[in-house]
Design a protein around this ligand. Structure first.
Ligand SMILES: *Cc1c(COP(=O)(O)O)cnc(C)c1O
Length: 374
Protein backbone atom coordinates (compact mmCIF):
# COMPACT_ATOMS: atom_id res chain seq x y z
CA UNK A 1 0.00 0.00 0.00
CA UNK A 2 1.58 3.28 -1.11
CA UNK A 3 0.08 6.44 0.29
CA UNK A 4 0.30 9.43 -2.05
CA UNK A 5 0.52 13.05 -0.97
CA UNK A 6 -2.95 13.59 -2.40
CA UNK A 7 -5.30 11.39 -4.41
CA UNK A 8 -7.23 13.20 -7.12
CA UNK A 9 -8.47 9.96 -8.71
CA UNK A 10 -10.05 8.89 -5.42
CA UNK A 11 -11.76 12.26 -5.23
CA UNK A 12 -13.02 11.95 -8.79
CA UNK A 13 -14.58 8.56 -8.00
CA UNK A 14 -16.68 10.16 -5.23
CA UNK A 15 -18.24 12.72 -7.60
CA UNK A 16 -17.89 10.97 -10.96
CA UNK A 17 -21.57 11.03 -11.96
CA UNK A 18 -21.95 14.79 -11.46
CA UNK A 19 -18.60 15.59 -13.05
CA UNK A 20 -19.21 13.46 -16.15
CA UNK A 21 -22.65 15.02 -16.59
CA UNK A 22 -21.24 18.55 -16.22
CA UNK A 23 -18.52 17.85 -18.79
CA UNK A 24 -20.97 16.31 -21.26
CA UNK A 25 -23.29 19.32 -20.98
CA UNK A 26 -20.44 21.69 -21.82
CA UNK A 27 -19.38 19.56 -24.80
CA UNK A 28 -22.95 19.57 -26.07
CA UNK A 29 -23.37 23.31 -25.55
CA UNK A 30 -20.50 24.14 -27.92
CA UNK A 31 -19.57 27.06 -25.65
CA UNK A 32 -16.02 26.79 -24.31
CA UNK A 33 -14.37 30.07 -23.27
CA UNK A 34 -16.15 32.18 -20.63
CA UNK A 35 -19.94 31.65 -20.83
CA UNK A 36 -22.79 30.59 -18.55
CA UNK A 37 -20.82 28.24 -16.28
CA UNK A 38 -18.10 30.84 -15.73
CA UNK A 39 -20.74 33.48 -14.94
CA UNK A 40 -22.50 31.17 -12.48
CA UNK A 41 -19.25 30.10 -10.86
CA UNK A 42 -18.23 33.74 -10.43
CA UNK A 43 -21.56 34.40 -8.67
CA UNK A 44 -21.29 31.28 -6.51
CA UNK A 45 -17.68 31.92 -5.43
CA UNK A 46 -18.48 35.58 -4.69
CA UNK A 47 -21.40 34.47 -2.50
CA UNK A 48 -19.32 31.77 -0.81
CA UNK A 49 -16.57 34.23 0.10
CA UNK A 50 -18.92 37.11 0.84
CA UNK A 51 -17.65 39.57 -1.79
CA UNK A 52 -19.40 41.61 -4.47
CA UNK A 53 -17.35 40.61 -7.51
CA UNK A 54 -15.45 37.60 -8.84
CA UNK A 55 -13.67 37.42 -12.19
CA UNK A 56 -12.46 34.10 -13.59
CA UNK A 57 -9.00 34.07 -15.16
CA UNK A 58 -6.61 31.47 -16.53
CA UNK A 59 -4.53 30.77 -13.39
CA UNK A 60 -3.70 31.91 -9.89
CA UNK A 61 -0.53 33.51 -11.23
CA UNK A 62 -2.59 35.54 -13.68
CA UNK A 63 -5.01 36.49 -10.91
CA UNK A 64 -2.04 38.12 -9.14
CA UNK A 65 -0.66 39.80 -12.26
CA UNK A 66 -4.03 41.16 -13.35
CA UNK A 67 -4.86 42.41 -9.83
CA UNK A 68 -1.57 44.29 -9.66
CA UNK A 69 -2.12 45.80 -13.08
CA UNK A 70 -5.75 46.67 -12.26
CA UNK A 71 -4.40 48.66 -9.30
CA UNK A 72 -1.97 50.47 -11.58
CA UNK A 73 1.08 48.86 -9.97
CA UNK A 74 4.08 48.59 -12.26
CA UNK A 75 7.64 49.83 -12.88
CA UNK A 76 9.07 51.88 -10.01
CA UNK A 77 6.59 50.51 -7.49
CA UNK A 78 7.42 48.25 -4.55
CA UNK A 79 5.27 45.42 -3.26
CA UNK A 80 5.94 43.87 0.15
CA UNK A 81 5.55 40.11 0.41
CA UNK A 82 6.90 37.17 2.41
CA UNK A 83 10.25 35.61 1.50
CA UNK A 84 8.75 32.16 1.98
CA UNK A 85 6.02 31.32 -0.54
CA UNK A 86 5.53 29.68 -3.92
CA UNK A 87 7.65 31.58 -6.43
CA UNK A 88 4.59 32.73 -8.41
CA UNK A 89 3.79 35.38 -5.78
CA UNK A 90 7.08 37.13 -6.51
CA UNK A 91 7.02 36.22 -10.20
CA UNK A 92 3.68 37.98 -10.60
CA UNK A 93 5.04 41.17 -9.04
CA UNK A 94 8.01 41.08 -11.43
CA UNK A 95 5.81 40.27 -14.43
CA UNK A 96 3.79 43.40 -13.59
CA UNK A 97 7.09 45.31 -13.74
CA UNK A 98 7.18 46.12 -10.02
CA UNK A 99 9.80 45.18 -7.41
CA UNK A 100 9.12 42.62 -4.69
CA UNK A 101 10.33 43.65 -1.24
CA UNK A 102 10.61 40.72 1.11
CA UNK A 103 9.92 40.34 4.80
CA UNK A 104 10.40 37.26 6.96
CA UNK A 105 7.60 34.97 8.04
CA UNK A 106 6.16 34.39 11.49
CA UNK A 107 7.69 31.16 12.83
CA UNK A 108 4.36 29.74 13.97
CA UNK A 109 2.15 30.45 10.96
CA UNK A 110 4.58 30.47 7.98
CA UNK A 111 2.81 33.69 6.91
CA UNK A 112 4.34 37.13 6.63
CA UNK A 113 5.21 38.82 9.90
CA UNK A 114 3.18 42.03 9.96
CA UNK A 115 5.57 43.68 12.44
CA UNK A 116 8.35 43.58 9.86
CA UNK A 117 6.30 45.28 7.16
CA UNK A 118 6.50 48.71 8.80
CA UNK A 119 10.31 48.77 8.60
CA UNK A 120 10.25 48.03 4.87
CA UNK A 121 7.87 50.83 3.83
CA UNK A 122 9.24 53.45 1.45
CA UNK A 123 7.68 56.21 -0.62
CA UNK A 124 7.48 53.64 -3.43
CA UNK A 125 5.53 51.02 -1.51
CA UNK A 126 2.19 50.52 -3.23
CA UNK A 127 0.90 47.21 -1.97
CA UNK A 128 1.34 44.26 0.37
CA UNK A 129 0.70 40.66 -0.62
CA UNK A 130 0.00 38.43 2.38
CA UNK A 131 0.11 34.74 1.44
CA UNK A 132 -2.16 32.39 3.38
CA UNK A 133 0.41 29.63 3.17
CA UNK A 134 -0.49 25.94 3.52
CA UNK A 135 -4.09 27.00 4.20
CA UNK A 136 -3.34 29.09 7.30
CA UNK A 137 -4.48 32.74 7.20
CA UNK A 138 -1.89 35.48 7.58
CA UNK A 139 -2.47 37.92 10.45
CA UNK A 140 -4.27 40.75 8.70
CA UNK A 141 -4.63 43.18 11.64
CA UNK A 142 -1.52 45.32 11.04
CA UNK A 143 -2.01 45.17 7.27
CA UNK A 144 -5.52 46.52 7.63
CA UNK A 145 -4.13 49.39 9.71
CA UNK A 146 -1.47 50.19 7.08
CA UNK A 147 -4.15 50.06 4.45
CA UNK A 148 -6.30 52.65 6.16
CA UNK A 149 -3.48 54.91 7.40
CA UNK A 150 -1.17 54.87 4.33
CA UNK A 151 -3.60 53.89 1.58
CA UNK A 152 -1.55 50.81 0.77
CA UNK A 153 -3.35 48.17 -1.26
CA UNK A 154 -3.63 44.66 0.12
CA UNK A 155 -3.77 41.80 -2.38
CA UNK A 156 -4.33 38.44 -0.70
CA UNK A 157 -2.63 35.43 -2.26
CA UNK A 158 -5.36 32.97 -1.37
CA UNK A 159 -4.19 30.21 -3.73
CA UNK A 160 -3.69 27.73 -0.88
CA UNK A 161 -6.49 28.74 1.47
CA UNK A 162 -9.90 28.42 -0.19
CA UNK A 163 -12.41 28.29 2.69
CA UNK A 164 -9.99 29.44 5.42
CA UNK A 165 -11.12 32.15 7.82
CA UNK A 166 -9.49 35.12 9.51
CA UNK A 167 -11.57 36.22 12.52
CA UNK A 168 -14.66 34.66 11.00
CA UNK A 169 -14.16 36.26 7.57
CA UNK A 170 -13.19 34.17 4.57
CA UNK A 171 -9.62 34.75 3.43
CA UNK A 172 -9.51 36.41 0.03
CA UNK A 173 -12.41 38.68 0.97
CA UNK A 174 -10.50 40.94 3.37
CA UNK A 175 -8.02 42.95 1.28
CA UNK A 176 -8.59 45.07 -1.82
CA UNK A 177 -8.40 41.94 -3.96
CA UNK A 178 -8.11 38.22 -3.33
CA UNK A 179 -6.41 35.86 -5.77
CA UNK A 180 -7.55 32.26 -6.10
CA UNK A 181 -5.89 29.36 -7.90
CA UNK A 182 -7.81 26.36 -9.17
CA UNK A 183 -4.68 24.35 -9.95
CA UNK A 184 -5.75 20.68 -9.58
CA UNK A 185 -4.02 20.10 -6.23
CA UNK A 186 -5.53 23.15 -4.48
CA UNK A 187 -8.39 22.75 -1.99
CA UNK A 188 -10.81 23.74 -4.76
CA UNK A 189 -9.06 22.36 -7.82
CA UNK A 190 -10.06 22.15 -11.47
CA UNK A 191 -8.96 19.51 -13.99
CA UNK A 192 -6.58 21.98 -15.58
CA UNK A 193 -5.45 25.53 -14.86
CA UNK A 194 -7.77 28.23 -13.60
CA UNK A 195 -7.89 31.19 -11.24
CA UNK A 196 -10.08 34.03 -10.02
CA UNK A 197 -9.86 37.56 -8.68
CA UNK A 198 -12.39 38.42 -5.97
CA UNK A 199 -13.03 41.94 -4.70
CA UNK A 200 -15.57 44.34 -3.25
CA UNK A 201 -14.18 47.08 -5.48
CA UNK A 202 -16.19 47.47 -8.68
CA UNK A 203 -13.33 49.34 -10.34
CA UNK A 204 -10.84 46.50 -9.77
CA UNK A 205 -13.37 43.95 -11.04
CA UNK A 206 -13.97 45.93 -14.21
CA UNK A 207 -10.25 46.44 -14.83
CA UNK A 208 -9.56 42.71 -14.43
CA UNK A 209 -12.45 41.89 -16.77
CA UNK A 210 -10.93 44.24 -19.32
CA UNK A 211 -7.38 42.92 -18.89
CA UNK A 212 -8.37 39.25 -19.19
CA UNK A 213 -9.66 39.83 -22.73
CA UNK A 214 -7.08 41.82 -24.63
CA UNK A 215 -7.73 45.04 -22.71
CA UNK A 216 -11.07 45.72 -24.29
CA UNK A 217 -14.57 46.27 -22.95
CA UNK A 218 -16.02 46.71 -26.43
CA UNK A 219 -14.93 43.82 -28.65
CA UNK A 220 -12.02 44.67 -31.00
CA UNK A 221 -11.52 48.13 -29.41
CA UNK A 222 -8.68 47.64 -26.93
CA UNK A 223 -8.09 50.43 -24.44
CA UNK A 224 -4.81 49.01 -23.09
CA UNK A 225 -2.60 46.05 -23.89
CA UNK A 226 -4.26 43.21 -22.02
CA UNK A 227 -3.93 39.44 -21.87
CA UNK A 228 -5.66 36.32 -23.05
CA UNK A 229 -6.38 35.02 -19.55
CA UNK A 230 -9.79 33.47 -19.27
CA UNK A 231 -11.43 30.66 -17.40
CA UNK A 232 -13.01 28.04 -19.64
CA UNK A 233 -16.47 26.50 -19.41
CA UNK A 234 -15.22 22.96 -18.77
CA UNK A 235 -13.19 24.02 -15.75
CA UNK A 236 -16.00 26.26 -14.48
CA UNK A 237 -18.57 23.45 -14.79
CA UNK A 238 -16.22 21.08 -12.91
CA UNK A 239 -15.52 23.69 -10.24
CA UNK A 240 -19.25 24.29 -9.73
CA UNK A 241 -19.68 20.61 -8.87
CA UNK A 242 -16.67 20.65 -6.55
CA UNK A 243 -17.65 23.89 -4.80
CA UNK A 244 -20.64 22.06 -3.29
CA UNK A 245 -18.22 19.68 -1.54
CA UNK A 246 -15.42 22.00 -0.52
CA UNK A 247 -16.67 22.66 3.03
CA UNK A 248 -17.00 18.94 3.77
CA UNK A 249 -13.55 18.35 2.26
CA UNK A 250 -12.00 21.11 4.34
CA UNK A 251 -13.67 19.74 7.49
CA UNK A 252 -12.20 16.35 6.72
CA UNK A 253 -8.75 17.88 6.19
CA UNK A 254 -9.02 19.56 9.59
CA UNK A 255 -10.09 16.37 11.29
CA UNK A 256 -7.22 14.36 9.79
CA UNK A 257 -4.76 17.14 10.63
CA UNK A 258 -5.95 17.14 14.25
CA UNK A 259 -5.36 13.41 14.51
CA UNK A 260 -1.86 13.81 13.10
CA UNK A 261 -1.05 16.71 15.39
CA UNK A 262 -2.28 15.03 18.55
CA UNK A 263 -0.03 12.06 17.89
CA UNK A 264 3.03 13.90 16.55
CA UNK A 265 3.14 16.58 19.24
CA UNK A 266 3.17 13.86 21.90
CA UNK A 267 6.35 12.63 20.16
CA UNK A 268 7.93 16.07 20.09
CA UNK A 269 7.62 16.48 16.31
CA UNK A 270 7.03 20.07 15.14
CA UNK A 271 3.43 20.28 13.92
CA UNK A 272 1.42 23.09 12.29
CA UNK A 273 -0.13 25.70 14.57
CA UNK A 274 -3.51 27.33 14.29
CA UNK A 275 -3.47 30.93 15.50
CA UNK A 276 -6.39 31.98 17.75
CA UNK A 277 -7.72 34.20 14.94
CA UNK A 278 -7.55 31.46 12.32
CA UNK A 279 -9.49 28.66 10.75
CA UNK A 280 -6.81 26.59 8.98
CA UNK A 281 -7.87 24.52 5.94
CA UNK A 282 -4.69 22.44 5.64
CA UNK A 283 -3.96 22.66 1.95
CA UNK A 284 -0.79 20.93 3.11
CA UNK A 285 0.09 19.25 6.38
CA UNK A 286 3.66 20.29 7.08
CA UNK A 287 5.89 18.98 9.87
CA UNK A 288 9.41 20.05 10.86
CA UNK A 289 12.28 17.59 10.69
CA UNK A 290 16.01 18.06 11.07
CA UNK A 291 17.52 15.43 8.78
CA UNK A 292 14.92 15.87 6.10
CA UNK A 293 16.46 13.84 3.30
CA UNK A 294 16.98 10.83 5.53
CA UNK A 295 13.41 11.05 6.77
CA UNK A 296 12.10 11.31 3.22
CA UNK A 297 14.08 8.25 2.14
CA UNK A 298 12.75 6.26 5.08
CA UNK A 299 9.16 7.31 4.32
CA UNK A 300 9.53 6.46 0.68
CA UNK A 301 10.98 3.04 1.55
CA UNK A 302 7.85 2.37 3.61
CA UNK A 303 5.49 3.58 0.88
CA UNK A 304 4.58 7.00 2.24
CA UNK A 305 4.95 9.98 -0.08
CA UNK A 306 6.32 13.31 1.15
CA UNK A 307 7.37 16.56 -0.49
CA UNK A 308 9.16 19.80 0.24
CA UNK A 309 7.28 23.11 -0.09
CA UNK A 310 9.63 24.94 -0.68
CA UNK A 311 13.33 24.03 -0.81
CA UNK A 312 14.43 27.61 -1.51
CA UNK A 313 13.04 30.86 -0.08
CA UNK A 314 12.08 33.30 -2.80
CA UNK A 315 14.71 35.96 -1.99
CA UNK A 316 17.45 33.43 -2.86
CA UNK A 317 15.85 32.33 -6.14
CA UNK A 318 17.60 33.01 -9.45
CA UNK A 319 15.25 35.74 -10.72
CA UNK A 320 15.54 37.62 -7.40
CA UNK A 321 19.35 37.60 -7.31
CA UNK A 322 19.61 41.03 -8.94
CA UNK A 323 17.59 42.46 -6.05
CA UNK A 324 20.63 42.03 -3.81
CA UNK A 325 19.35 39.72 -1.08
CA UNK A 326 21.63 37.18 0.53
CA UNK A 327 21.66 34.19 2.79
CA UNK A 328 20.96 35.21 6.38
CA UNK A 329 18.54 38.00 5.43
CA UNK A 330 15.44 36.07 6.49
CA UNK A 331 16.46 33.37 8.96
CA UNK A 332 12.95 32.07 9.73
CA UNK A 333 12.23 31.55 6.03
CA UNK A 334 15.63 30.01 5.39
CA UNK A 335 15.30 27.52 8.24
CA UNK A 336 11.77 26.64 7.11
CA UNK A 337 13.05 25.89 3.62
CA UNK A 338 15.50 23.39 5.17
CA UNK A 339 13.17 21.69 7.65
CA UNK A 340 9.60 21.67 6.34
CA UNK A 341 8.15 18.43 5.06
CA UNK A 342 4.63 17.84 3.77
CA UNK A 343 3.14 14.43 4.42
CA UNK A 344 -0.02 12.90 2.90
CA UNK A 345 -3.26 14.74 3.64
CA UNK A 346 -6.36 14.65 1.48
CA UNK A 347 -10.06 14.37 2.27
CA UNK A 348 -10.39 10.84 0.87
CA UNK A 349 -7.68 9.44 3.13
CA UNK A 350 -8.89 6.39 5.06
CA UNK A 351 -8.39 5.62 8.75
CA UNK A 352 -6.01 2.79 7.77
CA UNK A 353 -3.94 5.12 5.63
CA UNK A 354 -3.76 7.70 8.40
CA UNK A 355 -2.70 5.00 10.85
CA UNK A 356 0.05 3.84 8.54
CA UNK A 357 1.41 7.36 8.06
CA UNK A 358 1.41 7.88 11.82
CA UNK A 359 3.46 4.74 12.34
CA UNK A 360 5.89 5.28 9.49
CA UNK A 361 6.56 8.92 10.38
CA UNK A 362 7.07 8.01 14.02
CA UNK A 363 9.64 5.40 13.04
CA UNK A 364 11.40 7.67 10.57
CA UNK A 365 11.66 10.60 12.94
CA UNK A 366 12.05 9.17 16.43
CA UNK A 367 15.74 8.09 16.23
CA UNK A 368 16.64 11.74 15.84
CA UNK A 369 14.76 12.57 18.97
CA UNK A 370 16.57 10.00 20.99
CA UNK A 371 19.76 11.75 19.94
CA UNK A 372 18.68 15.16 21.15
CA UNK A 373 17.19 13.97 24.45
CA UNK A 374 20.12 13.50 26.87
C1 LIG B 1 -0.53 27.73 -6.64
C2 LIG B 1 -0.06 29.05 -6.15
C3 LIG B 1 -0.01 30.19 -6.97
C4 LIG B 1 -0.20 30.15 -8.45
O1 LIG B 1 -1.35 29.55 -8.89
P1 LIG B 1 -1.39 28.89 -10.36
O2 LIG B 1 -2.85 28.64 -10.55
O3 LIG B 1 -0.60 27.64 -10.29
O4 LIG B 1 -0.85 29.88 -11.32
C5 LIG B 1 0.34 31.40 -6.41
N1 LIG B 1 0.64 31.50 -5.10
C6 LIG B 1 0.63 30.43 -4.29
C7 LIG B 1 0.97 30.61 -2.84
C8 LIG B 1 0.31 29.16 -4.78
O5 LIG B 1 0.31 28.12 -3.97
Amino acid sequence: MTIPLMDLQAQYRTIQGDIDKAIREVMESGHFILGPNVNQLEREVADYLGVDHAVGVASGTDALVLSLRALGIGPGDEVIMPAYTFFATAGAVMLAGATPVFVDIHPETYCLDGEQVVGRLTSRTKAIIPVHLYGHPADMSLLEELRSSYGLKVIEDNAQAFGAEYRGRKTGSIGDAGCLSFFPSKNLGAYGDGGMVVTNDGFIAEEVRKLRTHGWRKKYYPEVVGYNSRLDELQAAILRVKLRHVDAWNDRRRSLANQYSRHFSSLGIGVPNEAPYARHVFHLYVIRVKEREKVQQQLSKEGVASAVYYPQPVHLSGPCRPLGYDEGNFPVSELASQETLAIPLYPEMSVEQLQKVLEVVELAVSPQHELVIP
